[in-house]
Design a protein around this ligand. Structure first.
Ligand SMILES: Cc1ncc(COP(=O)(O)O)c(C=O)c1O
Length: 427
């Protein structure tokens, strides 16, 4: 006998109730329609994938089928951990291969963070706004998200210090501070050197673990010389991924943490996926040994710089003066801020009618803020498509402006009439 759909409800675990419907996934279907220009996803450009190079190493991988097509170690293949350790040393992070755990993309690292640190109701501090996939991972463990506002230099250190002090007064300690210091998702902003140092001091002062997500660290339009938080603070937990510079379809990321913490991650991960795919890890190892991944990352970044430039110019030429936007120096995204009274979630239906898609800013907060912002992705569209898409979006924004202005005019004239009526009555 089948169980009725409504009856399933009572079988779900409590934490399932805190999983938000993913606007990104909901948008995916609409945004992948061929007539829609989508700035919604966070996808690398397909031409950024090193297809020819992968084809060159694939035979070598299949010649080692006893490893590549077999189950592998839960922590990931040793040779890949060695290669990653070398890459990290080049950025002055002294991490031994033993301290590296291979994950199914950085996203699995985020889920594991929730799994090993968060009890229901406990706080996690993030940038406001922050990566929607991280928020959702933490929320699925029933975290309380405390988001600290950003400015052009990244998360504001005074406000972070204030938030932590306030929590201390209430005898509360967040489980960790989660930050994306380089070319952040969704704003494209980077944390300044001064702020990096201040954040490390604040984390030390309040004795709160620091988690660095460096998913875009290799995607600077010019060489990224800023130190990672991990370099400034040896015990920071550090996550990264090959998704943005090699291929997201390979699903390979990694994390490093102090050894006892890594053991907890490792045990938790074994229950999730037994082991990361030895096949894709072998492909990556063969690639890393034969080619220069930094050169590959540089090519990808150059490709995106051209697109970012086009989007900035198109915004400059088209968008109303009331709008402001970030000017990223790397990564995949631009963050546009409209006047406070805008509701970009509501506006999305109109944008889709006009055949252009974006992600409303609200998705990047856990508390309904961000309604007057939008995230635009520039990595996936060609330059001419970017120009056309921004023109379409501009029409929608301008229409919306007219509606809001008319609404405020009517409302303020109603208020004015009511005020003069009451003044007359007073007389
Ligand atoms: C900041 C950040 N972290 C992690 C991820 C997850 O990436 P992946 O699981 O493909 O490595 C993303 C994906 O967009 C991201 O933007």
């Amino acid at each position: 006998m089948e169980i009725r759909l409504d009856v399933w409800e009572k079988f779900y675990a409590q934490r399932v109730r805190s999983i938000r419907p993913s606007i990104v996934r909901m948008l995916f279907a609409a945004a992948s329609r061929p007539d829609i220009i989508s700035f919604a996803g966070g996808m690398p450009h397909p031409r950024s994938f090193p297809v020819k190079e992968i084809a060159q190493v694939i035979k070598e991988v299949l010649d080692q089928a006893d490893i590549s097509l077999q189950y592998g170690p839960s922590e990931g293949l040793w040779e890949l951990r060695e290669e990653i350790s070398k890459l990290m040393k080049e950025r002055e992070m002294n991490v031994h291969p033993e301290e590296i755990l291979i994950t199914d993309g950085a996203q699995q690292g985020l889920d594991l963070l929730g799994k090993i640190f968060i009890n229901p109701g406990e706080a996690v501090v993030t940038e406001g706004p922050s990566y929607v996939g991280a928020l959702n991972a933490f929320l699925s463990y029933e975290a309380r998200i405390v988001s600290v506002p950003m400015d052009e230099e990244g998360i504001t250190s005074e406000l972070l210090d204030e938030a932590l002090t306030l929590m201390e007064k209430k005898k509360e300690k967040p489980k960790f501070i989660y930050l994306i210091p380089n070319y952040q998702n969704p704003t494209g902003l980077s944390l300044s050197l001064k702020r990096r140092k201040e954040i490390v001091e604040i984390a030390d002062k309040h004795q709160v673990p620091l988690v660095e997500d460096d998913a875009y660290g290799y995607l600077g339009f010019s060489p990224n010389t800023l130190p990672t938080l991990k370099k400034l603070k040896e015990d920071a937990i550090y996550l990264n991924t090959f998704s943005k510079i090699f291929s997201p379809g390979m699903r390979i990321g990694w994390l490093t943490a102090p050894k006892p913490v890594l053991e907890k991650f490792s045990k938790a991960k074994e229950a999730e996926n037994l082991c990361p795919s030895p096949f894709t890890q072998k492909v990556l190892v063969a690639y890393l040994k034969r080619f220069d991944i930094k050169n590959q990352a540089k090519k990808v970044a150059q490709m995106y710089q051209e697109r970012c430039q086009a989007m900035l110019e198109a915004l400059e030429e088209n968008f109303p003066s009331e709008a402001t936007w970030t000017k990223p120096e790397g990564g995949l995204f631009i963050w546009v801020t409209l006047p406070d009274y805008f509701d970009t979630t509501e506006m999305l239906a109109k944008a889709l009618e006009a055949k252009v898609a974006y992600i409303p800013g609200e998705a990047f907060y856990a508390d309904g803020r961000g309604k007057n912002s939008i995230r635009l992705n520039f990595s996936y569209s060609e330059v001419d498509v970017i120009w056309e898409g921004i023109k379409r979006l501009n029409k929608v924004v301008k229409e919306q402006f007219k509606i809001y202005k008319a609404f405020y005019k009517i409302n303020s004239s109603k208020k004015e009439k009511a005020r003069s009526k009451s003044l007359k009555e007073e007389k």
